[in-house]
Design a protein around this ligand. Structure first.
Ligand SMILES: Cc1cc2nc3c(=O)[nH]c(=O)nc-3n(C[C@H](O)[C@H](O)[C@H](O)COP(=O)(O)O)c2cc1C
Length: 384
């Protein structure tokens, strides 16, 4: 028996499932044609097949179906206006567009994130739609940007969620605090001849808000995952739910079996500071962070970064700091600037160590850092 489904319910419920957006194009004798399609899908790898589902009554599809080839164009997040044009009944949707030809001759639209050129394979009947299966004849990625998404009747974009928060609600507060902290970190960096930075936790990320010292390139605005071992000073004085978020961000699959982060945080609280020991793993993490930042946090780079962060977990906050030679290889050392209620408002980190430190130099650096954090905490107290 067929259940009676209300068409409005069908649309509303199915609209809760997001889709990517493509424009299927073909070149006809009378000119190029194209239509927006949300029902595109990959089908088979061997042979390589893809499919989309046009409505039988679509006038654009009636034109498209006169071609034995077509090209599927993946729209990027910046192409909403182009999408609206191709979803309309405009007579010349290609007006003013500098399009190229795929090997089949079908149009490749400018700025798309990828395209798949196809030969028509089969057409299957499916209610008021048909399922058009295309055999892939050529394909390529395009503009390396986020895709356009369609969800509940509106457009949006994709952002990675495993480690990266999309919005920063308290950015203005953070900027004010960084402004107050600036003279303090400048003095600290000058005195120690190191790089001093202010970092703040914003959701699932740590954001670099200010920096002082010999750094040649501005790293302001850089974001790294708030996941162990990074950001221990942002977790150690926080509530259990923030600690849980910090650990969960690493992902169960990347979790080092022998690492107990509770112990790490206990040590950081006891010491009042957190250290990243310099070494090959620490340097690999720096390299992966630089890669993730320059690639604009694509899902692949964030995933690699997440795994590297996990590998590096053991290099932060070990009980014993000195190597066999008695020297301490410091990659980064951070301490919290705490609010009157004891939370970490932000962290101050020192980097740029060009040699391993003996115990007394190390103690000198730690005491200068802690005294700067204390002074800064007094200066920001009135904001809380
Ligand atoms: C996000 C989005 C997804 C769409 N997906 C499909 C689809 O999968 N199949 C389809 O037939 N039409 C789809 N459309 C509708 C057509 O793109 C478009 O409205 C149509 O080509 C214009 O009407 P016409 O073909 O009758 O001229 C979609 C429209 C939008 C905005």
């Amino acid at each position: 028996m067929n259940a009676v489904i209300n068409p409005l319910d069908y649309r509303r419920v199915l609209g809760n499932f997001p889709t990517g957006v493509v424009v299927v194009t073909a070149a006809l004798d009378e000119g190029p044609v194209g239509m927006v399609v949300g029902s595109f899908t990959s089908v088979s790898l061997d042979p390589p097949l893809v499919a989309f589902l046009p409505m039988k009554s679509s006038s654009s599809f009636q034109k498209l179906s006169r071609s034995t080839t077509f090209c599927v164009n993946f729209l990027g997040a910046h192409q909403e206006a182009l999408c609206r044009t191709f979803a309309s009944k405009a007579s010349d949707k290609f007006a003013g567009l500098d399009w190229l030809r795929a090997p089949s001759g079908s149009p490749i639209l400018p700025g798309v994130t990828g395209w798949v050129d196809c030969a028509l394979d089969t057409v299957h009947d499916a209610g008021d739609h048909v399922i058009v299966v295309g055999r892939v004849t050529a394909l390529s990625t395009g503009n390396d940007i986020a895709p356009l998404l369609f969800f509940r009747g509106g457009y949006g974009r994709f952002s990675t969620s495993s480690l990266v928060a999309g919005n920063e609600p308290d950015l203005l507060t953070h900027l004010k605090l960084a402004d107050v902290a600036r003279p303090f970190i400048e003095e600290l960096a000058g005195k120690l001849d190191l790089v001093a930075t202010v970092t703040v936790r914003s959701g699932r990320e740590i954001v670099l808000l200010a920096s002082a010292g010999q750094a040649t390139v501005s790293r302001l605005g850089e974001r790294v995952p708030f996941a162990p071992p990074l950001g221990a000073v942002h977790a150690a004085w926080e509530t259990p739910d923030v600690v849980a978020l910090w650990i969960a961000n690493l992902g169960a699959d990347a979790m080092p079996a022998d690492q107990t982060f509770a112990e790490t945080l206990e040590r950081v609280r006891r010491r009042g500071w957190s250290i990243g020991v310099d070494g090959p793993r620490h340097r690999k993490l720096q390299a992966e962070m630089a890669k993730a930042l320059s690639a604009g946090h694509s899902p692949e780079t964030v995933e690699t970064l997440r795994r590297t962060v996990a590998e590096t977990a053991m290099t932060h906050d070990p009980e014993v700091l000195a190597g066999a030679d008695g020297l301490i290889p410091v990659g980064v050392i951070s301490a919290p600037v705490r609010t009157p209620s004891g939370h970490a408002a932000f962290g101050i980190s020192l980097t740029g160590f060009d040699r391993n430190l003996d115990r007394s130099s190390f103690d000198g650096v730690v005491s200068a850092l802690l005294s700067t954090c204390g002074d800064t905490a007094r200066a920001i107290a009135r904001y809380f």
